[in-house]
Design a protein around this ligand. Sequence first.
Ligand code: IPM
Ligand code: MG
Length: 370
Amino acid sequence: MNKKIAVLPGDGIGPEVTNQSIKVLDVIAARFGHSFDYHFAVVGAIAIDQTGNPLPDATIDTCLSSDAVLFGAIGDPKYDNNPSATVRPEQGLLKLRKVLELYTNIRPIDTYKALHHLSPVKARLLENVDFVIFRELTGGIYFGKKEKSADGDAATDECTYSKYEIERIAQLAFQYAQKRKNKLTLIDKANVLETSRLWRTVVQEIAISYPTVTVNYMYVDNAAMQIILNPAQFDVVLTENMFGDIISDEASVLSGSLGLLPSASVGNKAALFEPIHGSYPQAAGKDIANPIGSILSAAMMLDHFGLTEEAHTVRKAVEWTLLNGFVSKDIDPVNNYSTSAIGDLIADHIERNIGLSVSANASLNKSTII
Ligand code: IPM
Ligand code: MG
C-alpha cells in the first residue's frame, strides 16, 4: 500500500515525538511491504514565526492532497499569557479541523496494569477501564460567534449546534458501540442548555436504529465525578466539543500519563492523528518527552488505512516497552529512557519481527520462519 502522509510536527515537543512515529512507520512499511511518503508542513507558533500565519495555505494544500495527517503539538508560552495577541498558534489547529471537516475526534482511554500505580486513582478502580470518547470537533462554543463589547467590559462566545452536526457524529459513535460493548453514554448539560437538549433529542431518535446499543444520559458535572469514581462503567462516550475537551484531559489521568494517549480526528477529507498532549514547552529539545501518545496515534492511522495487523504490531511493541520499564521521565522519574531511545526500542522490536504474525507473513507470501 502507498500512502501520502502530511506531517505537521508543530511546536514544542511536537517534532521530537513525531520523529519517533516516523521511525515506527518506516519499519512497519519495510516489514509489511508498504510505502509511506511524508510531506512536511508548518503549523502553530513555528508557522507564525516563519510566515505570520498559524496555518499557511501551503500547509492546507499539503493536508488536502494527503491520505492522512500526522500532527505533533501546538502552542507556545509566548502567547499563553498575552490575551490581547490577535494571532495565536491554536487558531492553526482549529482552522485545520474546520478545513478538513474533522467533525469527530476519537480519544481511546486505555489503562495498562504495569502503570496502575502512576494514576492518582486507586488501582482497583482501574481494572477493566477501556472506553472511547467521541468528541464533536468542529462546532459548539469553539466556533460560535465571538464578541467583545466596545468598552471591553463584556464578552460573548455563542454555542450553536445543528441537528445535522449532531447526527453525523452520533451515527459514528453508535456504529462504534456496536463493535464494542454496545453501551453509549451521552454527556451533556440538558438540565440547563438548549444545545444539550437538542443533543438528547437527536441521540434518542438515532438510538431507535441501534436496538442492541444501551444508551444512557449523564450531565457533564456528574460525568466529571463518575470518570474518577467508577471509570469502568463507560464504553463509548459521546459529547460536544468543549465538554469533550475537558473530560478527555480528566480521563487521561486514569492511564497514568497524558503522554500516553493518542487520538484520531475523522471527517469528510484526510483524517488527522495526534497525541492528546500539548506542546510541553519546558521539555522541548531535551529528548525527554513521552513519544507513546504520538506512536499510538500513528497506530490509529494504520487502523484507519485498514492495516489492522500493522496497527496491532505497533500496539504490541508499545506494550512491550511499558512492561519492560523502557519508559520516559513522566512515567519513571528515576529510571527512564529518552524520547529517541524509546522510539528506537519500539522500532527495533518491530524490526526483529516479534510482532509479526503468521497471517501477515502469509499474505506477503513470505516464510513465517525468518
Ligand atoms: C485539544 C486541545 C485543543 C482544544 C487546543 C490546543 C485548541 O486542548 O486538542 O484537546 O481545545 O481542542
Ligand atoms: Mg484539550
